[in-house]
Design a protein around this ligand. Structure first.
Ligand SMILES: Cc1ncc(COP(=O)(O)O)c(C=O)c1O
Length: 428
């Protein structure tokens, strides 16, 4: 039977929604998206003139707020000169400058930068690099990864395969994915012993360990401490495995330090970056490898080269935006702002603790979380927040805030007050 999908969810004055496939949405029942005409600072302006205070910073990307003048100016200048040129056989100054700056900012000798265009692809590249690190040394059987329960690393096939199939929303795609090992994070002696036993048993087919350091984001905004990462580093060292940190969410100040690896005092063998890399303006990602990893590819043998090269790799506009974003981290007190946001969220969300239906309230850096026992109607809850004049996008059983670091005190209070109000009324 033919289904007429043409009429549903049209936006006033903007034909075309019937040709759009929305993310993470059952298209038949999804609430229509809100029509946005403008953004500024921490505000999203809708077509009907309403302004929403943004609690999410566009999926954790827009760390300096929207329309940041220095980023706009830098990108406009780059646009005039050269928006894009392929990165095969050619190079340009914004990419080289960015690579040099990232290498200087990251700990240890994380110093070789491979650019791509999304967090998921940065993970794919990390997995390929790790597997080939071993292939290049004659160990072809090392193709498996240890990843973690509640982990999320993206929506492409390789990234899905190292995500928790349930927390990562990907269980129905199981048949598509290579099977890896999903373990418990070594948060205590028992789980540390379990993972040690697992690696000892499996050993020879494991290429590496992949983890979101300090915060598991899309899998439930779960926090762990530096000791977990130290144990993973020790495990990787003992069994000669590569340790990959996925800092797509945690990178660029979100947990309070520039990078979670720095906060934890642990240097991985590879790190994946994206999201706030360009301050939320243009798609760009980076997989950064240590000297040790890079050296395994350094050879006269062409077969030892990394066979990867996205068309828009190191896009010049995106690299210019990322350089401008790094300028702002240097010239403006971003990490201090994160600390201020952290204290304000702790105080502002505290009233939720102990409310009926609330399981936990937690804050790390500029991430504030109210974990509910369950949320039965996410669309209704999201709409309720819009009615309060804020854009907050709960998922699973999580209501959370990840605002821009430049959000004003009053705007942040409006956000936390809205969360408290909406969470309180849910169980009345
Ligand atoms: C930790 C982590 N890794 C990878 C990704 C995937 O990034 P992208 O959506 O840019 O592909 C995400 C996205 O939310 C993420 O949070």
């Amino acid at each position: 039977m033919a289904v007429d999908t043409s009429k549903k969810n049209e936006l006033p004055g903007w034909p075309g929604l019937e040709h759009i496939w929305l993310p993470y949405a059952q298209m038949k029942t999804a609430a229509p998206p809100l029509p946005v005409v403008r953004t500024q600072g921490s505000r999203i302006v809708l077509a009907d003139g309403r302004e929403l205070i943004d609690g999410i910073a566009s999926w954790w990307t827009a760390c300096h707020g929207y329309n940041q003048p220095h980023i706009r100016h830098t990108v406009a200048k780059q646009l005039k000169q050269m928006p894009h040129v392929m990165f095969g056989g050619l190079a340009h100054e914004p990419a080289l400058t960015l690579a040099r700056r990232l290498a200087a900012l990251l700990p240890g000798n994380l110093s070789r930068v491979f650019f791509s265009d999304s967090g998921s692809v940065a993970i794919e590249v990390a997995l390929k690099m790790a597997a080939q690190y071993w292939i290049n040394q004659g160990q072809r059987e090392r193709t498996q990864f240890i990843a973690f329960k509640d982990g999320y690393h993206g929506d492409t096939t390789g990234a899905m395969a190292v995500s928790d199939p349930h927390a990562g929303m990907h269980s129905i795609y199981r048949g598509l994915m290579p099977q890896h090992v999903i373990a418990e994070l070594p948060a205590d002696d028992a789980s540390a012993a379990a993972i040690e036993a697992l690696v000892t048993r499996r050993g020879g087919d494991i290429a590496g360990i992949i983890v979101e350091p300090l915060v598991q984001g899309a899998g439930g905004m779960k926090f762990h401490d530096a000791a977990v990462l130290k144990r993973l580093r020790a495990l990787a060292d003992k069994h000669d495995l590569l340790l990959i940190f996925d800092e797509v969410f945690t990178g660029f100040g979100r947990t309070g330090k520039m990078f979670a690896c720095e906060a934890a005092g642990v240097t991985p063998d590879m790190v994946a970056l994206s999201k706030a890399l360009t301050g939320g303006t243009l798609p760009l990602a980076a997989t950064v490898a240590t000297r040790k990893v890079f050296d395994a590819f350094w050879s006269d043998d062409p077969k030892k080269a990394l066979m990867h090269g996205p068309s828009y790799m190191a896009n010049a506009l995106a690299c210019a935006a990322a350089n401008a974003s790094l300028d702002l981290f240097e010239t403006e007190p971003r990490l201090q702002q994160v600390a201020t946001i952290s204290s304000a969220m702790l105080e502002g969300l505290e009233p939720c603790r102990g409310m009926p239906g609330v399981k936990d309230v937690r804050v790390k850096g500029a991430i504030g979380v109210v974990e509910m026992d369950a949320i039965d109607n996410l669309d209704a809850l999201r709409a309720r927040f819009v009615a309060e004049g804020v854009f907050v996008r709960p998922f699973g059983n999580i209501v959370y805030l990840t605002p821009a670091f430049t959000i004003s005190k009053d705007e942040l209070k409006t956000l936390t007050d809205a969360v408290v109000k909406v969470v309180r009324e849910r169980k009345q």
